[in-house]
Design a protein around this ligand. Sequence first.
Ligand code: RIB
Ligand code: CA
Length: 300
Amino acid sequence: MPQIIIDTDPGVDDAIAILMALAAPSVEVAGVTVVGGNVPHARGLRNVLALLDFVGRPGIPVHRGSSRPLAGRFASARHFHGFSGITRRLPDPVTRPAPQRAVDFLAHQLAQRPGELTLAAIGPLTNLARLERQHPGSLSRSAALAVMGGAVDTPGNITPHAEFNFHCDPLAAHEVLNAGVPLTLVDLAACRQVSVTREAAFALKATGTLGRLALEIVQNWFRADERRESMLFYDQIAMAAAFCPEVITTRQVTLAVETEGVAAGASTVAADGGPVALADKVDVERLFALMGACLGWEGV
Ligand code: RIB
Ligand code: CA
């Protein structure tokens, strides 16, 4: 059973990815670490705690992470995720975050359980870069590392060059991708193979608390702006790849990340071969079947 630690900036798609992991019978969520990004860190922390309380999983430890990137300041994506970051109002959390900071939690867990823990990084990579700076070799103790980020040979989604997570902290992206650690990267070229239309979203039915909440988040995202005709899945694909790698095919590359200037966060293939398993094709049918099974979604 994969034990997953989720590093996240929730976020609409983050929330759905977290719900997928919670609902997957073959997965145990060993902890959640929070990073700024889609919304400020404090808001993201509140969203994780509120989400876990709402679905009756307050026992999963949630750890404070980076509220700023290695350099500069986080952009935000409230235009996409809404001011609160999740398009479904959740009661204020009762559960408090764990006292240990994200980097210390990750370092301790990976040192205590080498080869056992999968990391699903679905926000800016600041926490993971700080982990590797402060505790060199930690990332290599993970059983697997699945990352959502980058725009390889495809336009960005926050600038013409860069994808949001890499743009938020390009130096962190550079350091994690060049730490020599095997990782699976689901970039925008992969994400653009998967979407759900407004019509399909409102035709979906869901059973169970987790699935209904995930579906409400999706449907409310469409309600928030009548111009929205389809929704891309970002973090959901990376999360699926973390515990069901068969949903994607990959090719091994070495990636270069631009760390400054107008193209900051841009990611290009520096060489074939290398530690990054870059998503190539997404098995959309298999992904939707997995999401349907995890979330009890009928009609996806
Ligand atoms: O570019 C998409 C990524 O940026 C996703 O992780 C989304 O949640 C935002 O953080
Ligand atoms: Ca995210």
